[in-house]
Design a protein around this ligand. Structure first.
Ligand code: KMH
Ligand code: ZN
Length: 280
């Protein structure tokens, strides 16, 4: 089994300090959360930029400042900005970040309800557009799938030449409007992707750690972080992203799975051709 790649989704676009005071807004807070997560074992930092008051933004200058500051503290970490942004942003707004020289970014692979009246819109043409821009700019796409139909979309667009290998999926399970994160959901998705594809699992809320354990046991990779879950235990707030990463490292230790460094993660994900020019 490959070593375990831990992604930490440190900030998100919807979770606020009112939910957990460790959610980072300022550049200094972003660096603190990223560095502690990296030191704990995360090799990929999934990043949503915020302004100092917590407002989510896809502004490329803000991303650039955050990425440069994180890179200074953690020189080899893989930084994966979001092209999903926050619900309601236009695709042009979301794509601004890809004007930067990026090694990796998310590519959201379908539309879904996102709680209450919110809809996270990713039409087929949007996905083709995001995939084309990222391919032209040599940005490695992490294929975010919130339900099985999104995997089918990836496989169809891959066959038609819009999405290119290597295929690395992220199953984001437990969004209020997407697929839940029960073991049968995990197995269904895992069995739905090509055998040479890689995958990571992000369980939302209470699904975070049970899914992390299943993925560790089955050879998948894991995403945790305050974007997905603010609790370390039922009703107990996590004291930052570090605590969530540490809990996954302990689960991996129990399952005899060692943790990948960023460079090992690059090899496992077949990213070698993506990382030469694309780092700030
Ligand atoms: N904030 C969500 C609406 C991504 O990062 O690409 C979308 C999201 C997905 O978080
Ligand atoms: Zn995200």
């Amino acid at each position: 089994m490959d070593k375990l790649i831990i992604t930490c989704a440190i900030s998100g676009a919807e979770v606020m300090k009112e939910h957990n005071p460790y959610v980072p807004y300022t550049i200094e807070e972003m660096v603190r959360e990223a560095t502690l997560a990296y030191q704990a074992g995360a090799s990929i930092i999934h990043l949503h930029a915020r302004y100092d008051d917590g407002t989510p933004t896809q502004d490329k200058d803000r991303y650039e400042a955050i990425i440069k500051a994180i890179r200074q503290a953690c020189p080899d970490v893989i930084i994966q900005p979001s092209t999903g942004g926050a619900v309601g942003m236009s695709k042009e707004e979301r794509m601004q970040v890809t004007e930067l020289p990026l090694e990796m970014a998310t590519l959201d692979c379908g539309t879904l309800n996102f709680g209450g009246d919110e809809i996270f819109v990713n039409t087929e043409n949007d996905i083709k557009y995001f995939a084309r821009v990222m391919h032209e700019k040599n940005i490695y796409p992490e294929l975010e799938c919130f339900e099985k139909g999104h995997i089918d979309m990836v496989l169809r667009l891959h066959k038609k030449g819009f999405i290119h290998a290597p295929l690395h999926f992220s199953f984001v399970l437990g969004v209020n409007g997407g697929m839940t994160g029960e073991p049968r959901d995990f197995h269904f998705l895992r069995e739905s992707i090509p055998s040479d594809a890689t995958y990571s699992v992000a369980g939302i809320g209470r699904f975070e750690f049970p899914l992390a354990k299943l993925s560790i046991q089955n050879g998948g990779h894991v995403r945790v972080g305050l974007e997905d879950n603010i609790y370390i235990d039922k009703g107990v707030l996590a004291q930052g992203n570090k605590a969530l990463v540490e809990k996954v490292v302990e689960l991996a230790r129990q399952e005899n799975r060692s943790i990948a460094t960023p460079n090992e993660a690059r090899k496992i994900l077949r990213m070698e051709t993506f990382n030469d020019e694309n780092t700030l």
